[in-house]
Design a protein around this ligand. Structure first.
Ligand SMILES: Nc1ncnc2c1ncn2[C@@H]1O[C@H](COP(=O)(O)OP(=O)(O)OP(=O)(O)O)[C@@H](O)[C@H]1O
Length: 674
């Protein structure tokens, strides 16, 4: 059997999952292959329903006067050695053959789904064991497994159904695993995890609906395989036993008299081929229809091809008082977030690697803090570590990690209290609004999930809260929109709805991980305006992650510049152009084009490549790309030290002077170069 996975991504252009599937089925029936399959299956199903009702008695009637006859006007396929009409027996056998095949398929699919979902349900460690078990089981040919289990369970109908079902399960499990792996990295699954929906809940509501189509396609193919396997077992005498009969048994009997009456073997043989072809062709046709629909859909992998180019400066000046993202909270209040020496590591065969290390910062109520750096600098891992969303093999250490004073390092992440606390205190907004929502669920229920799970609200109350949040993020016609699917929203509207989702639980902190990268400039401004409004009106602290230093400079009051997993500079955003000292920060700033930039020249880039955490050079990680590096930079890592005007920098040769935009490769502006 060959699994069909072409339709793993759901189609955004059709209205609902059920209607989408029905439309797919209707379209399948109209294709030449689908129409042929429908005719074949129609004939088989008609025989399975009608024939036993009409002819089961006649087909079992022994006629000593008509033994082993060839085809005639009275007996179109002839008779068997007891004078029974072979055509009637083939027709009557349709019910048992189809029923047993479908039962075995049902067992195979149920077991396969369970096994396939086990890695997701059991978590990374135990999940790897489940995946390894499936990998080993899949290595055995299905026919061999069927024979093995048939011998174990014993001859007969029940044993055969179990044998075929069990031997089919690994194949279906592997397919399920592959499909789940494709969906589980999508942002809406992460969003559900942030809402602390249980793993089973995420599977049921967010994953299974999104892999249903390819699974259904493969059910048809599995039914064909089960039909053939059953016929094989009965033919070998391990399946259905006389006086019951299915096509496999009839084929066996027909073959023993093939020289007397070839039609006796031909009849059940044709029945098996017609039914098998019907299931197979239908599966193929359905796969083609659903697969072609999905060709239009492509998702850019998160983080792919993101580099700091400095392009796309934001026209937005957010702060009404001239100081972007200033904290509103009174002094002395418990910080919203306290992070001290945060480290994220993973064990590799070559030792422990730490993609994030020694990160320290704190955030007050209503403060906007920006984290900037090239792709791979550790921004997202830092955010996910704060949100307690990292799993094995990554592990998080920190001297302090407190959210609203609660020690997250000491809290049990699986306890209901911690899950509730995180789901209601912390909101997350992702980069790509297209993948942030489950395409098979309406927007309202998706928003309502947090309120139902963690705020003890009824379905109606949670729905009302969702509408209220949609209104708060300025979605026009919020009540109507809540009943729509994500694909009915525009990109900007979806991102605003995502912000609304982050606001469901009255959070004190919103982490926005590149929330505007996938949007065009006008919509970027709308989303940033919205975050700004929420920050000011609700005193929510916003941790804004971006590779675009100009966005950070406009939105945030303070900036953390990350390089190779650590903070290399922290400073007020108002001082970025005048007081940035680290050559890396200055290079990022120089790469942002301004109004005087020559458009005929290519956009500026920072020369060299970011560092691989597993292969960090000795000394300062930026030294190989830095024009100011001295011998000391290549041997000793500079500590993060305070400098004037409330900033810190980790550099042996901090630079001074204003930074201006350049073109081509950035030569980091040094002392006196303005
Ligand atoms: N699950 C993981 N296992 C191992 N390494 C990882 C994992 N996730 C991220 N990394 C590595 O950690 C480093 C930091 O990744 P991170 O996603 O935090 O970077 P980033 O600054 O957010 O980049 P981007 O802007 O592309 O998202 C990268 O080198 C990345 O390859």
């Amino acid at each position: 059997m060959t699994a069909r996975t072409s339709s793993s991504a759901p189609d955004p252009s059709t209205p609902s999952p059920a209607r989408r599937l029905l439309a797919g089925l209707a379209k399948t029936i109209r294709t030449p292959m689908g129409a042929t399959a429908t005719v074949f299956l129609g004939v088989v199903l008609l025989a399975a329903i009608v024939a036993p009702m009409l002819w089961s008695g006649t087909a079992a009637k022994v006629d000593a006067t008509a033994l082993d006859q060839g085809p005639s006007g009275e007996h179109w396929l002839g008779t068997d050695n007891l004078g029974r009409d072979l055509l009637l027996r083939v027709l009557v056998a349709a019910r048992l053959s189809v029923l047993l095949s479908l039962s075995a398929t049902a067992i195979g699919i149920s077991l396969g789904l369970l096994l396939g979902a086990a890695p997701w349900l059991l978590g990374p460690r135990l999940g790897r064991l489940a995946a390894a078990f499936v990998n080993i089981a899949v290595a055995f040919p299905m026919l061999l497994m069927t024979l093995f289990f048939a011998v174990i369970f014993g001859v007969g109908v029940q044993g055969s159904v179990c044998a075929i079902g069990i031997s089919m399960a690994p194949w279906f499990a592997r397919l399920t695993q592959t499909l789940i792996a494709g969906v589980q990295k999508r942002d809406f699954v992460a969003a559900a995890r942030i809402a602390r929906v249980s793993r089973f809940g995420v599977l049921r509501r967010h994953i299974l609906p999104n892999i249903a189509e390819p699974l259904i396609v493969n059910v048809a193919l599995a039914a064909a395989a089960a039909l053939l396997a059953f016929a094989g077992l009965s033919f070998l005498g391990l399946g259905v036993q006389a006086p019951e009969y299915d096509w496999g048994l009839l084929l066996n009997e027909g073959l023993s008299g093939i020289y007397v009456n070839p039609a006796g073997a031909l009849g059940p043989g044709i029945a098996i081929v017609v039914a098998g072809l019907g299931f197979n062709l239908f599966g193929e046709a359905l796969a083609k229809v659903l697969g072609s629909r999905h060709k239009v859909r492509t998702f850019r992998p998160r983080g792919a091809s993101r580099t700091v180019s400095g392009s796309g400066g934001h026209p937005r000046q957010h702060a009404t008082d001239g100081s972007a993202g200033d904290a509103i909270a009174p002094a002395g209040e418990v910080p919203v977030l306290e992070v001290d020496r945060l480290r994220v590591s993973l064990d590799t065969p070559n030792g422990t690697v730490s993609p994030v290390r020694e990160i320290s910062f704190s955030m007050k109520r209503g403060e906007a803090l920006g984290v900037v750096g090239e792709s791979g600098s550790g921004k997202s891992l830092t955010a996910l570590a704060v949100a307690q969303l990292l799993e094995s093999p990554l592990h998080v250490e920190a001297a302090t990690l407190r959210l609203l004073g609660k020690d997250l390092m000491a809290a049990d992440p699986r306890s209901r209290a911690t899950r509730r606390f995180l789901a209601t205190s912390l909101g997350l907004v992702f980069q790509n609004p297209t993948t942030s929502f489950n395409p098979t669920m309406r927007i309202g229920p998706q928003l309502a999930e947090v309120a139902r799970l963690h705020q003890d609200m009824s379905r109606r109350q949670a729905g009302a809260r969702a509408v209220d949040r949609l209104r708060a993020v300025r979605i026009p016609g919020a009540e109507r929109r809540a009943k729509q699917y994500p694909h009915e929203f525009s990109g900007g509207m979806r991102q605003r709805a995502m912000v609304g989702m982050a606001m469901m639980g009255n959070p004190s902190l919103i982490i926005a991980d590149e929330p505007t990268t996938a949007l065009d400039v006008t919509i970027q401004r709308q989303v940033l305006n919205l975050l700004e409004q929420i920050r000011v009106e609700n005193q929510v602290a916003v941790l804004l992650i971006s590779h675009d230093i100009s966005v950070i400079g406009q939105f945030c009051s303070r900036v953390l510049v990350m390089y190779a997993g650590r903070v290399v500079e922290e400073l007020p955003s108002a001082d970025l152009r005048t007081s940035a000292r680290h050559p890396y920060t200055r290079a990022l700033l120089s790469a942002v084009p301004d109004m005087t930039a020559d458009r005929s020249q290519p956009l500026a880039t920072v020369p060299g490549r970011p560092v691989d955490p597993a292969d960090r050079p000795a000394g300062c990680a930026f030294a190989p790309r830095c024009t100011f590096a001295t011998a000391q930079c290549h041997t000793a890592e500079p500590p993060l030290q305070e400098v004037g005007s409330g900033g810190t920098v980790a550099c042996w040769n901090p630079q001074e002077g204003a930074v201006t935009a350049v073109q081509g490769q950035v030569q980091q502006a040094g002392r006196g170069q303005a």
